[in-house]
Design a protein around this ligand. Structure first.
Ligand SMILES: Cc1ncc(COP(=O)(O)O)c(C=O)c1O
Length: 390
C-alpha cells in the first residue's frame, strides 16, 4: 500500500493544492493547479489591472523569460519553444503553417484525440488531401505499432500526426522510430504530446518530431491554457501563430510572444507550477508516486469490480503509461462516458470514462496528491454509480 507523498519538509503533498471537497481520480483531463501558482497568477492579474499599458508593454520580454524557465523541464532551450494555448492549438498551428498539398495524404491513428482529428480532417478537406487512419491494436507493442502505422504510409504521404500518449486509451505510441523514419522520407511528423510534459522524463528528445506540442496544464499542473510548441530547428521558421500580430516580423519563437491583446498571465505563471512542485516534491518523486498509486488503484478497483460483477476488468495495453491507466467496465454497462462522468461528479468524484473499439473503460489518472485513503473513501460508492445514479 503506497504511503501518501510528502513534501521535502514532511507535509502531505495534497496540502499544496486547494481542498476541493472532491476526490480527484482524473488529473489527466484538466490537471489541477497548486495554490502557489494560482496565487502567483492572481498577483499578475492584479498587476495587469492596476497598470495595464505597462504590463502589456513588458509582456513579450517576460514571456521570453518564462519560456527560458520552462525550457529545462522539457530538456530544451528557451528559444526552442513557443507558448500556445493548448495541444489542439499546437496541432492547428502545424496544419495551418505547413499546408497539405492537394492530392497528398496525412496519416493519423484510430487513437487520435477526437478534436485534433476534426482539425486534421478539415485541413485535409480544404486542401484536397486524404486522411489515412492506421489501426493500432490496444495491446500492440512498439514494433507492432510501428508496423501498423507504417502500413498506411504511401508515396503520397506528406504528414503524420501521432499522439505520444493517447487520450481515450492511455497508451504510448512509438513516436521516436516513426518520426525518424518519416524524416528519412521527407514526411512531416507532428506529435500531439498533450499528456507528455513532466509525465515522461524526456518527451521532446524521445519524439524528435518536426513539430511537438505538449500541454503544461495536464501532468505539469500549470494554469490552463498553457502548452509548449517545440519544432525541429529546420522547421521552426516555417511556423506562424494562429493569430497574426505585431510579433509577425520576428523569428521563431518571438513571433509567438505577442498574439494581440490577451491575458498572458497563465503563460507567465506556468514556470511557477513546474518549479514549485520540483522544489516541494521533486518531479522524479511525483512520477514514482503517481505510478505506484495508479498500480494500487487499478488493483483495488479491478478486484472490487471482479467481485461485484463477476468479470475480469484487466486490460492489456501495449506501451502503457504509468500514472494513467485503463480498467475495463463490465460489458453489460451501457451508460455513455458523459453520463457516467456527470453522475460521478454529482457524487463529488472526478473520474473519466472512455470508449474505444466498442469497449468501455474507466480511465484512471493519478498525481502527487493521490492517496489510498481518497480511493477507499469512494469505494464501493463508485461501483454503485456505475450501475445507476445511486
Ligand atoms: C492526445 C490529446 N490531444 C489533445 C488533447 C486536447 O488538449 P487541449 O484541450 O488542451 O488542447 C488531449 C486532451 O486530453 C489529448 O489527450
Amino acid at each position: 500500500m503506497p504511503e501518501p507523498l510528502l513534501t521535502r519538509d514532511g507535509r502531505p503533498a495534497a496540502e499544496l493544492w486547494p481542498s476541493s471537497g472532491l476526490v480527484h481520480l482524473n488529473h489527466g483531463s484538466y490537471g489541477r493547479v497548486p495554490l502557489a501558482a494560482s496565487r502567483h497568477r492572481l498577483g499578475l492579474v492584479q498587476e495587469m489591472e492596476a497598470r495595464t499599458a505597462g504590463f502589456m508593454a513588458r509582456a513579450p520580454e517576460r514571456l521570453a523569460q518564462a519560456r527560458s524557465l520552462v525550457a529545462p523541464f522539457l530538456g530544451v532551450e528557451g528559444d526552442d519553444l513557443a507558448f500556445v494555448p493548448n495541444a489542439s492549438a499546437g496541432v492547428s498551428t502545424a496544419l495551418r503553417s505547413l499546408p497539405l498539398p492537394a492530392g497528398s495524404e496525412v496519416v493519423v491513428t484510430d487513437h487520435a484525440y477526437g478534436a485534433v482529428r476534426m482539425g486534421v480532417d478539415r485541413a485535409a478537406r480544404e486542401a484536397g488531401a486524404q486522411v489515412r487512419v492506421a489501426t493500432v491494436p490496444l495491446e500492440a507493442d512498439a514494433d507492432a505499432a510501428v508496423e501498423a502505422i507504417w502500413s498506411v504510409v504511401t508515396d503520397r504521404t506528406t504528414m503524420i500526426v501521432l499522439d505520444q500518449i493517447t487520450s481515450g486509451t492511455a497508451r504510448r505510441l512509438p513516436v521516436g522510430p516513426i518520426c525518424a523514419r518519416a524524416r528519412g522520407r521527407g514526411i512531416v511528423s507532428v506529435v500531439d504530446a498533450a499528456h507528455a510534459p513532466l509525465l515522461l522524463s524526456d518527451p521532446v528528445r524521445e519524439a524528435n518530431a518536426d513539430v511537438w506540442v505538449g500541454n503544461l496544464h495536464k501532468f505539469g499542473a500549470a494554469p490552463r491554457g498553457t502548452a509548449a510548441l517545440v519544432p525541429h530547428p529546420d522547421i521552426a521558421d516555417r511556423l506562424w501563430p494562429l493569430i497574426d500580430s505585431w510579433g509577425a516580423p520576428d523569428p521563431f519563437p518571438r513571433r509567438f510572444d505577442w498574439q494581440g491583446s490577451d491575458d498572458y498571465t497563465a503563460w507567465l505563471a506556468a514556470p511557477v507550477s513546474l518549479q514549485h512542485l520540483e522544489d516541494e516534491l521533486g518531479w522524479e518523486h511525483i512520477r514514482a508516486h503517481a505510478a505506484m498509486m495508479a498500480d494500487h488503484a487499478v488493483d483495488v478497483i479491478t478486484t472490487a469490480l471482479a467481485d461485484r460483477f463477476d468479470v475480469d476488468p484487466t486490460v492489456e495495453v501495449g506501451m502503457p503509461v504509468d500514472p494513467i491507466r485503463l480498467i475495463a467496465l463490465p460489458a453489460g454497462l451501457t451508460e455513455d462516458p458523459a453520463t457516467l462522468r456527470a453522475r460521478f461528479l454529482a457524487a463529488n468524484i472526478e473520474a473519466t470514462f472512455t470508449n474505444h473499439d466498442d469497449r468501455a473503460f474507466w480511465r484512471l489518472s493519478q498525481h502527487a496528491y493521490s492517496t489510498p485513503a481518497d480511493l477507499e473513501s469512494v469505494l464501493p460508492r463508485a461501483l454503485d454509480l456505475l450501475t445507476g445514479p445511486g
